[in-house]
Write a protein that binds this ligand. Sequence first.
Ligand code: ADP
Length: 727
Amino acid sequence: MKLIGAALSGIGAIWALAVGYFVVALMGRATFTWGIFAGWLALLVAGNLVLLWALARSWARLTLRLQVLGMLWLSISLWYWVVAPIFFFLVMNVDRRQSLWAAFAFIWEVPVIGGGLFLTTSLALLAPIATFMAGKQQVARPERLYRSTLRYPVVISVLVLVLSTFGYVVGTAQLRIFAGLPGVEQGKNLATGLAIAVFLAVLIFLVLDTYLNKVRERLKHDYTIARTFWRSLQRRVVAVTAAGLLGSVGLFGLLLFDTLQALLGEEANRFFMGLIVNKELWGPFLGGIGLVLGLATGVMVFVGRLLTRALRALAASTRQAEREEMVVPALYTGDEIEVLSWALKEKISALALQRNRFREAQVETDAIFEGMGEGLVVTDRQGQVARVNRQAAALIGWEVAELTGKSWGEVVHMANDKGERVPSEARPIQRVLHTRQPAYKDIYTYKRRDGTVFPVSMKVSALIHEDEVVGAILLFRDITREKAIDQAKTEFVSLASHQLRTPLTAISWYIELLLRGDPLTDSQRSDLTKIRLRSQRLIRLVNDLLNVSRLDTGRLKIDPTPTDLVGLLTSVVDELLPFAEQRACHVIFHKTDDQFDTVPVDRSLLRQVVHNLLANAIKYSPPGVGSRVWVQLERSPQGAYLMSVQDSGIGIPREIHGRIFEKFFRAPNAVSKETDGSGLGLYVAKKIFQAAGGKIWFESVEGQNTTFFVEIPADGMREKAGLDLVL
Ligand code: ADP
């Protein structure tokens, strides 16, 4: 910045000195030669070059105003202090006094007319653009500003033309009044000025127009410019070439005229003056000029059209391709435009192909989306409905359009099996959005818009993009029918088991009577014992089925009473000791030293569970000396009661760990070793703890050991009204 200031003051000082010198010279007190004039110009140009260098150094830090100002000043001053004087020197025939006046005019006019008038007007016109680029205020009408960036270079170059012509008129008047410049030379001087001004105007237009691209870019980036303003490239090409041509013809004509003057001397002057004075020649002369200009314009329009034809074709077809999704035709111009057209053609064809594929995929997805029987809901990361299919909307009694954008959790009320409303943060969608783990649930109900409720089975999974959860997909269906069938099935099993129990108990009882009655032969006794065993197994199975149906329908009673857990476990162990002995299995009951208070538990339910676990542990250990089962009771740090039954038996294969608590499930390794079993014991145990509070789980290594754990909360089991367990 300092350097720019220094350069400017330097130029100012040189200029003031030069003006001073010329004033003195005009008063006749100093000598003047072309050499001295060239010296002054050289000094001024040197000052300008320093300014150019200083500007270039801090260009990026300058405001738009300063940049434009710098460009305009440099182009005007260098043009008029270098090109114009040289041309003046080449074409004008002047004496010393006239040349002194001309030199004086070149020196003083540039900063005054060029700098003062032209630069101030340019700056004033630039104001809105500069304010926008300085980022000081919001633009109320960005489109207008955009348009002014297109107009500004045109206005400024017209201004150059006008002011420069004005400068030459003033300069010529000076020469005529103070130095008696002859008429022909005056004409030449004016023509030179006009031709020079045309060139300068074109130069300034091109520089500013290119430079303002950055303003246009910013505007288009910051605002949506609703209308794009198309300027005709063709018109610009024509205007620029026409101006260039006109300027060149003018300058060339002047040089030619100067040569004629040199060759013919006064003859030439007289001849040309004669031409001008003779009014009869004006008609044909002006007509001739009009013809030439018309011809030239025609040629230029033709050339302009020719030059821009390929580009215009490209622009038109690209725009059409945008609108009508067509493929751009390739152009065969054999130059850069051909390269460009091919590149565009390929890009647009590739895009069209992709778009078609995308549309096909979209059609497929839509078909799947709408064609499926289930309700499908896609939500964003907040759980708001992004897309929903008709089925989903119909299931809950809403319209698709009404649901989009709403929070699914708020629109559809969800309740658990007890009819309590599930708070939205506990709902599967929110959980999945939070944990990313998919969820499958069939224990909830949805409420329709009309207030009716239906049981629902749902699957929710997270939508993950680049390792970020962007939403969730919910798939759900109404399972009223399944539930009803399930219910009917359970009721049937319950009824059938009930009906079977009475005759079975009678059979059992009669077998007992037979075994106790008249002496029997050994083979009769053995057969009867087998029958007793089988019927007992059958009774157990029927009981299990009855219990399962009671558990499934939620009708099982839980009746906690204060119980001594150690006593309960001891009695189960005692009861199973004969079975263990029969299989040469050693049962070890290990209690911790804690004194256990009594805990409210449903004795018969807990007994049933522990009995089953211990029986399994013995059953699934290979019979023989060395097989051991450990039963343990302890308290967790939180006060819960933890029972475990560990064996060193066949274990449970890893791949079926997830299925062990399923209804009727038996592991293949268990089925092959032990035919006696229903696959219901663990299912019953799990259901009991689900209803009463508490937990059951296991750890196992196939072929080595299995440990089942049961945890009862510190405050015991939850009470529930219902029917007793059948034993
Ligand atoms: P059941 O014993 O009548 O088959 P359960 O529901 O009690 O039915 O057990 C389900 C299955 O779990 C068994 O069939 C067996 O495959 C497996 N299982 C249970 N306890 C053990 C154990 N201690 N060791 C190995 N497998 C076991």
